[in-house]
Design a protein around this ligand. Structure first.
Ligand SMILES: Nc1ncnc2c1ncn2[C@@H]1O[C@H](COP(=O)(O)OP(=O)(O)O)[C@@H](O)[C@H]1O
Ligand SMILES: [Mg+2]
Length: 258
């Protein structure tokens, strides 16, 4: 199963992806977390230091060849994962897409193509759950980076511009083969915050599946440079992320592709 996580910048994609990855791994799943943000920071949210992550090379763009059906890996997926993943806390395997090394070096289309090809080949590992922490830009949909995902989770904050970003990404996703597009309300400080998101989703026929509350402990964890799951493991935010995991990847799906 391959779950892409998207939404407006700052909505909580990385916090959610890291926490969900580790919770799923703790429940016995084989989990791969892909940092598909060209400003990568999923490693920090998982609890991996900058020094450790620097030891693991980005997958080179030469790993991909273009075919009629889209990008394809030209090496076995197991070899690629061996070379380009690092084992994060709870056994999550972390892979980073890439980032610009220098100013003026041009677009990162090839790095996106690597992720797309990798996701395609992950179908050969049906019991693995892959979480893809996307960048805020909807380009992951226009470039097709997330086209091989089975589900797209759109993280929404209770304000109009965040919801508009979710609406745009849902519309683009509907033009792809991604089977399931859902919205998760994040940073809800009140019932009226959630009611606003619910009304928006009803108006635009978006599938709102869960509510994650605002939690001061999320900011405190950031300030302490500690993953939320280590800082406040029993917090309402962690419980709510667990609930999303239970909805998206119930134990009954272990061993199935989607
Ligand atoms: N449920 C929440 N309650 C409070 N703050 C949150 C919550 N989720 C995320 N945040 C905070 O929001 C900011 C952006 O989160 P992040 O996960 O980096 O977003 P994104 O990856 O979407 O840009 C961070 O400061 C994070 O601590
Ligand atoms: Mg992020």
């Amino acid at each position: 199963m391959k779950i892409a996580v998207a939404g407006k910048g700052g909505a909580g994609k990385t916090t959610f992806s890291a926490t969900a990855s580790r919770l799923l791994a703790r429940s016995g799943r084989d989990v791969i977390a892909i940092d598909a943000d060209t400003n990568p920071n999923l490693h920090a949210a998982l609890g991996v230091s900058n020094e450790a992550i620097r030891q693991v090379p980005f997958p080179p763009t030469t790993l991909v060849s273009r075919s009629f059906d889209g990008p394809a890996l030209n090496e076995p997926i197991a070899d690629v994962l061996d070379r380009h993943t690092l084992v994060a806390p709870d056994g999550v395997r972390l892979l980073r897409m890439g980032m610009p090394e220098h100013a003026d070096e041009g677009c990162l289309c090839s790095a996106h193509a690597v992720v797309s090809a990798l996701l395609g080949d992950l179908d050969a590992m049906p019991s693995t759950i892959t979480l893809l922490d996307m960048e805020a830009s909807p380009e992951h949909l226009s470039r097709g980076t997330a086209r091989e995902a089975n589900a797209l989770v759109l993280i929404a904050e209770p304000y109009f511009r965040s919801l508009e970003a979710v609406k745009l990404q849902a519309r683009l996703a509907a033009e792809t083969a991604i089977g399931r597009v859902v919205v998760v309300a994040n940073k809800c400080r009140s019932d009226s915050d959630f009611a606003g998101i619910t009304e928006f989703c009803d108006n635009y026929e978006l599938d709102l599946i869960a509510r994650i509350p605002w939690g001061d402990e999320v900011l405190d964890a950031d300030a302490a440079a500690t993953p939320l799951l280590d800082f406040a493991p029993a917090s309402p935010v962690v419980m709510a992320v667990q609930n999303v995991c239970d909805i998206l990847a119930p134990n009954s799906l272990i061993g199935q592709a989607s």
